[in-house]
Design a protein around this ligand. Structure first.
Ligand code: ZN
Ligand code: ZN
Length: 330
């Protein structure tokens, strides 16, 4: 689908996932094309990407550069496979590069530490193991490639009449990047800003100390950017980035208030808080699968740590378990 002349949206299927597909964007230049994100590594996704390129009379060899917004499997999974058949140059952020080894090659240590982390945050022993393992199935959908170019933010890539600036937007992932085209006012927003879903922002071993603070900060920075069209990695293209950012900011503020109300009477663990909150998934807490329970707990910690940085909650560690409550002095 041609969104504006020279910019095509390719829909790469994600199997058994409510999101349905990843939006990959192809920008046509005079000497080669730019691809933004690749999709999961499945036969179906790989074939679909090639078919959609073929429909534009192009092939993988016509892609000179692929920018990966972040290394989650739905954005990064196909990179290794593409690299095997074509000399595409890959570019992604320094922090995303740092996760490849621990997440996709030697993942045992990280998995073990995540188990300890969940127990520390109050996850009962019988639930901690499934939560610890919940991200493993995604490994099947990743073929790794290292970046040919490491991004830091601020780089500009010229493709034909498009000048794309790399914006470093940490939060959903520490090295997440968006691409911005100032003359046409296009924002390729990756998972940073989506039209109806609020992207998952989790606190975990690799998230940095205040991922929600990072996320809210990078959202606020985008608010002042002149944007005519947002091209997100999931769902649909949309126009009004400022109102969408305001909505997301309000959502996180409401979430913080709900959490503060839950711990008002006595300190609680992140797990206990997560089981009391309402989640946008049908059914009660017990009916959430391990992966969604994992997202829920790590999202709650992200909110708690952001509140802690603002002095609104305190951590109360005891016997290896962390509880959060109002500051002791108040
Ligand atoms: Zn993501
Ligand atoms: Zn995604």
């Amino acid at each position: 689908m041609e969104i504006v002349p020279g910019v095509h949206k390719l829909e790469v299927p994600i199997p058994n996932n409510p999101l349905g597909h990843l939006n990959s964007y192809l920008i046509q230049g005079d000497k080669g094309c730019l691809l933004i994100d690749t999709g999961w590594n499945t036969e179906e996704a790989f074939r679909s990407l090639q078919d959609q390129l073929r429909a534009l009379a192009l092939g993988l060899r016509d892609i000179s550069l692929a920018v990966i917004t972040h290394v989650h499997p739905d954005h990064y999974g196909l990179t290794g496979r593409i690299k095997q058949v074509s000399p595409v140059r890959f570019a992604f952020h320094l922090w995303e590069r740092a996760f490849i080894e621990s997440r996709y090659i030697h993942f045992d240590e990280l998995q073990q530490k995540m188990g300890q982390f969940f127990r520390q945050h109050g996850v009962p022993a019988e639930t901690a193991a499934p939560l610890e393992r919940a991200s493993l199935p995604a490994l099947d959908f990743v073929t790794i490639a290292w970046p040919d170019e490491v991004l830091y933010g601020g780089e500009v890539f010229t493709f034909g009449e498009f000048e794309l600036e790399v914006l470093w937007t940490p939060g959903h992932s520490p090295g997440h990047v968006c691409l911005y085209e100032p003359s046409k006012k296009l924002l390729f927003s990756g998972d940073h800003v989506l039209p109806t879903i609020t992207p998952n922002v989790s606190y975990h071993l690799q998230s940095g100390s205040n991922p929600l603070g990072d996320y809210l900060h990078s959202l606020n920075q985008l608010k002042r950017l002149p944007v005519n069209l947002v091209l997100p990695a999931h769902e649909h293209v949309f126009q009004d980035v400022t109102s969408r950012i305001e909505e997301i900011l309000r959502h996180h503020e409401e979430r913080k208030q709900q959490i503060l109300a839950i711990i008002d009477a006595e300190p609680k663990t992140a797990y206990a808080i997560a089981t009391q909150l309402s989640w946008n998934v049908p059914g009660k807490w017990q009916r959430l699968d391990a992966l969604h329970q994992r997202f829920a707990v790590t999202e709650v910690i992200a909110h708690l740590e952001s509140l802690r940085m603002d002095g609104e909650v305190e951590r109360f560690p005891s016997d290896g378990i962390i509880q959060y409550g109002p500051p002791a002095s108040s």
